[in-house]
Design a protein around this ligand. Structure first.
Ligand SMILES: Nc1ncnc2c1ncn2[C@@H]1O[C@H](COP(=O)(O)OP(=O)(O)OP(=O)(O)O)[C@@H](O)[C@H]1O
Length: 237
């Protein structure tokens, strides 16, 4: 379980994340939704110990990320821009990650199979398509068979096949009793993927509940999102 409480991040005069509080439960896909610059990545980076909060806490099974003994075994993450070294072969990248968390080589094969990259395991990552790179990122997140998955914009730039694969995969992962937190600004996509949603705008949580609760009284998740975030289609925030 993820518990975020009063989480705040200030960059100089800019309040990027402002008293954010929400939790993410096992067996559910939670969509973390917000326009560009709303504070999604900053929140996830603090959750994963990559940035220090100005105040507040972000806990994974009751602990801060950096206090987890073998973090990959508890929480798997795919973050924007945190890719592997391009010259490395996919299998070597995963083996290197696995070793640092005492995960077996057998598991490396398993996750490559799981994401459909078994045949491309020995290719250099720089020869991968965007879709393959995203699958590799998900394979890395799965290495420790974690009970929690955190994915920042996993379908960005994917073609419809890739998007469908990620959606099916996340639904299946949550159905096996694990907790999935996935950030996105693609409302139609999240409407098909998430059970719960947390909506953030300008660093603050503006809605948190089941998808049904959030869309109640609106035509779609997209129109609920625009009403909540004060935006309009086609207008930059
Ligand atoms: N290192 C930093 N220094 C200064 N400001 C930052 C820094 N990182 C983020 N910000 C600012 O904090 C705000 C939140 O950014 P963040 O990247 O968390 O948003 P986001 O919701 O993930 O957006 P996107 O969907 O575009 O990735 C933005 O205004 C951004 O410019």
């Amino acid at each position: 379980m993820i518990e975020i409480s009063g989480l705040t991040k200030r960059y100089g005069a800019k309040l990027a994340v402002d008293e954010v509080t929400f939790s993410v439960h096992p067996g559910r896909v939670t969509g973390f939704l917000g326009p560009n610059g709303a504070g999604k990545s900053t929140t996830l980076r603090m959750l994963l110990g990559l940035d220090h909060p100005t105040s507040g806490t972000a806990l994974i099974n009751g602990k801060r990320y950096r206090d987890l003994r073998f973090p990959l075994r508890t929480v798997g993450a795919l973050l924007d821009g945190a890719g592997p070294v391009p010259e490395r072969r996919a299998v070597d990248h995963l083996t290197w990650m696995a070793q640092s968390n005492r995960i077996s080589r057998r598991r490396v094969r398993e996750v490559l199979d799981l994401v459909g990259l078994a045949d491309a395991a020995k290719k250099q990552v720089r020869k991968y398509s965007l879709g393959m790179t995203q699958r590799l990122g998900i394979a890395a997140a799965l290495l420790g068979n974690p009970e929690i998955l955190v994915l920042d914009e996993p379908v960005n730039g994917l073609d419809p096949d890739g998007i469908r694969w990620v959606r099916g995969f996340l639904r299946q992962y949550a159905a096996s009793g694990r907790a999935v937190l996935v950030s996105s600004h693609l409302m139609a996509e999240m409407a098909d993927t998430a059970d719960d949603a947390v909506v953030i705008a300008r660093g603050r949580i503006v809605a948190h509940g089941t998808l049904k609760e959030i869309t109640d009284g609106h035509e779609s998740l997209e129109s609920a999102f625009f009403a909540l975030t004060g935006g309009q289609a086609g207008v930059a925030w």
